[in-house]
Design a binder for this molecule. Structure first.
Ligand SMILES: [Zn+2]
Ligand SMILES: [Zn+2]
Length: 428
């Protein structure tokens, strides 16, 4: 069997890993890069309308035969680990005859993103997979494991072929709302793993001060209780762990969490995966502000918006109830609130990766709104990566999804490290 990491051996984003046996080929993830060749933030708008050949030439698409739309497909499957663009964002270029395997939550969020943003990632030929249920694809036996990550319903994959076992970690952590799964894996890991393809996002990054998703909830609840003002909170609508933490902190502090229709729709769609996911229509802890935006228009145009009418909150109600609310910020919402002078006295909680902060810092400063960072990473801390590697005891660790592959030696000294290069075929 051969392993080719097409992208990821020395960068975060654009994940794409191929496994080839005598008769079969599978692809693990097919993501959009997060950085360009100058190591600057990748601008996905720049690739619109470009041909496949152009994109291969400029290194956006990996050079892989038998994968693309204009070729006879020679892949048995594409497995998606989770619904983050850096893991599935190039899927629209793949031949739709190749079946895509993914979790139910991943399917829903990929569909949602396409519905709103025309990502081109239309799912037609798919199979949803379940935690711990093995399946065969050609020479490969694949077992998906649901893992704890900021991306919803994320998977790691154990792949077995020709007596060899490979575990692909995908993106994961041990300090989110599904941390139980992480500890379960530590207690009961797959045995005799030969190769662990291990993400290392946090290697070389600051781990922050709040530690866990529970820590975030506690911090938010204490802020909401102790400061008598309107709070805005900036977070991703698709980071369900965080939405739940905010919801719970609101409940604990007697506040109402005001979301936009886009977020309400995501929560609504995900109840198919878990009935525990809070819903806009549940009562006073959550309300929906019908912000004017293309997403709201899309929901109105598709006769979906009316579903959240019973939870609707207006500008006037927000003005009146200000210090009992936590309003989820978005570009359109913050602009419209600033125009209506709803900012004075408020505070912003920035609950996303700091790398995105530069984009909106000016806005909040101009409007005189103080801010506080309350965030924890969607990725495993070094201690969690070490515990994970220690439990799996792989013969080799292969660095992936990291900007610091050279540091693996330092942190995983007891293991042998196999440092691959992008595009290089390694015989396992
Ligand atoms: Zn990722
Ligand atoms: Zn991710």
């Amino acid at each position: 069997m051969k392993l080719i990491i097409h992208r990821g051996t020395h960068e975060i984003g654009g994940s794409c890993i191929e496994l080839v046996s005598a008769n079969s080929r599978i692809l693990l993830d097919f993501g959009l890069p997060l950085v360009d060749s100058n190591n600057e933030q990748f601008d996905s708008k720049k690739i619109r309308g470009k041909s496949k050949d152009d994109l291969i030439e400029t290194g956006v698409l990996p050079r892989i035969k038998g994968l693309y739309r204009d070729e006879t497909p020679s892949f048995d499957a594409i497995l998606l680990s989770h619904p983050h663009q850096d893991h599935y964002g190039l899927l629209s270029y793949a031949n739709p005859r190749i079946p895509v395997y993914l979790s139910k939550g991943c399917r829903i969020l990929v569909e949602v993103s396409h519905f709103f943003n025309q990502t081109g990632c239309e799912l037609k030929n798919i199979e949803t997979v379940e935690d711990g249920h093995s399946f065969k694809k050609g020479d490969f036996t694949i077992t998906p494991f649901v893992v704890d990550h900021a991306g919803f319903d994320a998977l790691g994959f154990l792949v077995e072929c020709g007596g060899k076992k490979i575990y692909y970690s995908g993106d994961f952590r041990g300090h989110g709302r599904k941390s139980k799964l992480f500890f379960k894996m530590l207690r009961n890991p797959p045995e005799n793993v030969d190769y662990l393809i291990l993400e290392g996002t946090m290697i070389g990054r600051d781990e922050g001060q709040y530690g866990t998703e529970d820590g975030i909830e506690t911090k938010l609840a204490s802020l909401f209780k102790s400061e008598n003002r309107l709070f805005f909170i900036a977070c991703s609508s698709q980071n369900i762990d965080r939405i739940v933490s905010i919801y719970r902190a609101c409940k604990e502090s007697g506040r109402t969490f005001v979301i936009d229709p886009y977020t309400a729709y995501i929560l609504d769609r995900l109840k198919e995966v878990s009935e525990k996911i809070p819903q806009a229509t549940w009562g006073k802890t959550m309300k929906v502000f019908f912000v004017k935006s293309s997403h709201t228009d899309k929901l109105a145009g598709n006769k979906i918006l009316y579903k959240y009418k019973s939870a609707k909150i207006t500008y006037d109600e927000i003005r009146e109830a200000g210090n009992r609310l936590v309003v989820k910020s978005s570009y359109y919402l913050r602009e419209s609130f600033a125009r209506r002078k709803l900012m004075p006295g408020s505070k912003l909680i920035y609950s996303m990766w700091e790398g995105y902060w530069d984009k909106e810092k000016d806005f909040w400063e101009t409007n005189g709104v103080p801010f506080e960072m309350v965030h924890c990473s969607g990725h495993a801390y070094i201690s969690e990566l070490q515990a994970f590697a220690g439990a799996l005891k792989p013969k080799w660790i292969i660095p992936n999804h990291t900007f610091s592959p050279e540091k693996y030696k330092e942190y995983f000294g007891r293991h042998r490290i196999l440092q691959a290069k992008d595009g290089e075929a390694i015989t396992l």
